[in-house]
Design a protein around this ligand. Structure first.
Ligand code: CDM
Ligand code: ATP
Length: 289
């Protein structure tokens, strides 16, 4: 039996950092949502007990540095699984982009192996195991829209935003999440209104959502890479209702509701940015079948 799983990207509609913790991580409060830009994970049983990563993308590690490999390892070790697995990853999410591509591959691998190895774990149990791999993995286990707190691993599901287009533009640079957090000046932060964002989403108020988008990591990455600021300005100039950097960047996303304006923004950005996508928000949480 072979198992196919979709691994969608996420964007952060609001991202606040509260303080630095004694364990070196930052305490965050953020609103995340999954979008219809996804990697495809294929899980194929092996006759030996090895974990093998198959990927055509030269930026994706094919050894134990791969987060999908780490997901399989956590399940094998925790439940004493003897069977090996080949994990084939078809990458559509840009790498090191602030879209949680690796984390989502790990989360999809957890969901898929739960089925392949008939482990019978709940999403809560998979999310708890996922937290060992990375802070974004628990959210990616559930998908949908949620408030994430702690170092990002405490997930509270909320309603999904009203239908709109998400335009993503990624400049040809990769960003290290650790470096962005390291360069964050905690005493200079202008905190976004995360609770206001949650209310705006719950009341399906698109205009308020657009007004309230905010990400405290944006300023850090913008300083390191001025081209990100340029993309953000262009996104707004071409008519996006809101524009914001996702996660630690460098991808900038724009929100727009009208199809007519979508084409103009998409074409405008394609003029100077190689990787541009127009996708929808994915409302539903993942199911276990
Ligand atoms: C920027 C976001 O993507 C927003 O969703 C996440 O906060 C980062 O999630 P992630 O990439 O899964 O992060 P991890 O792999 O757990 O951590 C990478 C590095 O980022 C820093 N890090 C991450 C999360 C957090 N709450 N505080 C941190 O300071 C740490 O230096 C850590 O070593
Ligand atoms: N399955 C994977 N896909 C992509 N990159 C991976 C994967 N596993 C490990 N990596 C490593 O992780 C690094 C970060 O990649 P990823 O695409 O997950 O970043 P990101 O989107 O910025 O993540 P986040 O938004 O969670 O901070 C890459 O440079 C790569 O070396």
């Amino acid at each position: 039996m072979k198992v196919l799983v979709k691994a969608p990207a996420k964007i952060n509609l609001s991202l606040d950092v509260l303080h630095k913790r004694p364990d070196g991580y930052h305490e965050v409060k953020m609103v995340m949502t999954t979008i219809d830009l996804a990697d495809r994970i294929e899980l194929i049983p092996r006759s030996d007990d090895a974990i093998q990563i198959i990927s055509q993308n030269r930026f994706v590690p094919d050894d134990d540095r791969n987060l999908a490999y780490q997901a399989a390892k956590v399940l094998k070790d925790t439940f004493g699984i003897k069977q090996g697995v080949a994990i084939s990853i078809t990458k559509n999410i840009p790498v090191a982009a602030g879209l949680a591509g690796g984390s989502s591959d790990a989360a999809a691998t957890l969901r898929g192996l739960n089925k392949l190895w008939r482990l019978g774990l709940t999403l809560d149990e998979l999310a708890e195991l996922g937290a060992q791999i990375g802070s974004d993995v628990p959210f990616c286990v559930y998908g949908g829209t949620a408030v994430a707190t702690g170092r990002g691993e405490k997930i509270m599901p909320i309603a999904s935003p009203p239908p709109c287009w998400v335009i993503l533009a990624k400049p040809s640079i990769g960003v290290s999440t650790a470096e962005v957090y390291r360069n964050l000046k905690l005493d200079e932060i202008r905190h976004p209104d995360v609770d206001g964002m949650v209310e705006a989403i719950e009341s399906q108020d698109y205009a308020a959502i657009c007004k309230l988008v905010g990400n405290v990591l944006e300023e850090v990455t913008l300083k390191m890479h001025p081209e990100v600021a340029h993309i953000k300005e262009q996104m707004k100039r071409f008519g996006a209702d809101a524009a914001l950097m996702s996660g630690s960047g460098p991808t900038v996303f724009g929100l727009v509701q009208h199809d007519s304006r979508l084409q103009r923004i998409y074409n405008g950005l394609r003029g100077f940015c190689d990787q541009v996508f127009a996708v929808r928000i994915l409302g539903e949480q993942h199911s276990l079948d």
